[in-house]
Ligand binder design. Structure first.
Ligand SMILES: Nc1ncnc2c1ncn2[C@@H]1O[C@H](COP(=O)(O)OP(=O)(O)OP(=O)(O)O)[C@@H](O)[C@H]1O
Ligand SMILES: [Mg+2]
Length: 354
């Protein structure tokens, strides 16, 4: 039958029949307290960790260190976006969690299952949409997706496969050979394969690279629907607007180091910051104590006073600042405002970490 295994969704050579973890019931809900818990009481904290990564490092056989001491917890049910420039280590990190690449140091657990010692149970919970388009050119869409499900030891479920194909607008192509699909359809097929075994966690490695705007929107909608059904989603992207639109939390990785993990709302708070620059009539040597209450900076050899403020704050403090300047007899001849974007924050973070 088939076949050389180039399928990133079931990369482990040898036995690929992964049994579902014993502790996950038919409903997919996990009883956290286990057998010792009080009858009828199911403990489900809001911010429960589903993937725990500690001191993770990767040195490839070439000697190249791709990851350095990564510590990260992914929360159950969140959409986590991993940002970083080319070669930062995003795919390496995902590949380790999915068991494609061996870690050099550290530990990863997926819903309590160690990815090395308890590989099959961990892997059964994960769907992976890989960055590279690797599909079986001669197989039909239906067979490819059904086969992916079988790799995880799941019994056939044509209703589920049909739903996945319909959700991804691939139903009318179900009998087509994969080679006859367009690039965007092939990308959707990768998602269909990743969803074939009903994973609790979905990794999307650059899901929208090179796809058109409509497909991007469709994918975003699909990801949200999945999240609403309780699936945890980790995506990597170079499109900062995608992270902005989709993510609950954002992680930035550069040169193998995780340099920031923050709630998107918190980042948006930073995004909302503006800078008011005032070109002064006379240079100042220091900021007068009368202005100590304001977030001020003296630049340009004391010729410019910069005030950073939150555009969404009420009041922004500008009116009061201008009054205080007038009272302190500090005149200015010109002013500008500039707004920082998430992109600015990202670029400066990556630059600072070099
Ligand atoms: N098998 C390998 N052997 C040696 N080095 C590797 C191997 N795979 C990846 N690397 C190196 O590890 C670094 C991280 O690569 P990785 O694919 O994780 O980056 P990435 O963040 O996913 O980048 P991109 O945004 O381009 O997809 C790169 O410098 C890459 O060349
Ligand atoms: Mg990558």
């Amino acid at each position: 039958m088939r076949r050389v295994n180039r399928d990133m969704n079931a990369e482990e050579p040898g036995d690929r029949t992964a049994a579902p973890p014993a502790s996950v019931g038919a409903t997919g809900k996990r009883q956290v307290l286990g057998a010792q818990s009080l009858p009828g009481i199911c403990y489900r904290p809001l911010m429960q960790t589903i993937i725990s990564i500690t001191h993770l490092a990767k040195i490839y056989a070439s000697g190249f260190q791709a990851l350095v001491g990564i510590d990260l917890d992914i929360r159950r049910g969140e959409i986590f976006a991993l940002l970083g420039p080319n070669g930062a280590g995003k795919t390496t990190l995902i590949s380790i969690i999915c068991g494609i690449v061996n870690p050099s140091q550290g530990r990863v657990t997926v819903d309590g299952h160690d990815i090395v010692d308890d590989f099959r149970a961990a892997r059964a919970l994960i769907g992976l949409v890989p960055q590279e388009l690797t599909t079986d050119a001669f197989e039909s869409v239906w067979n490819t997706v059904s086969f992916s499900r079988g790799l995880f030891g799941k019994p056939p479920n044509p209703e589920h496969i049909e739903k996945v194909l319909r959700d991804l607008s691939l139903w009318d192509k179900k009998d087509n050979r994969v080679m006859t699909l367009s690039g965007g359809m092939k990308r959707r097929l990768l998602i269909a394969k990743a969803l074939s075994h009903e994973p609790k966690i979905l990794f999307l490695d650059e899901p929208t690279a090179g796809v058109d705007v409509n497909l991007r929107r469709d994918m975003w909608a699909l990801v949200r629907t999945l999240r609403d059904t309780g699936v945890t989603i980790i995506l990597t992207t170079h499109y900062i607007d995608e992270a902005e639109e989709m993510a609950d939390r954002i992680g930035v990785i550069n040169r193998g180091e995780l340099i920031l993990v923050e709630d998107k709302a918190e980042l948006m708070h930073k995004l909302g910051r503006k800078r008011l620059s005032l070109q002064l009539h006379r240079p100042l040597e220091f900021i007068p104590s009368a202005l100590a209450a304001y977030r001020l900076e003296l630049t340009d050899g004391g010729c410019e006073l910069a005030y950073t403020y939150d555009t969404r704050a009420e009041p922004t403090g500008i009116v009061a600042l201008l009054e205080a300047l007038s009272a302190a007899d500090i005149g200015f001849k010109d002013l500008q405002t500039t707004q920082s974007s998430l992109e600015d924050i990202f670029v400066s973070l990556v630059k600072d970490s070099k």
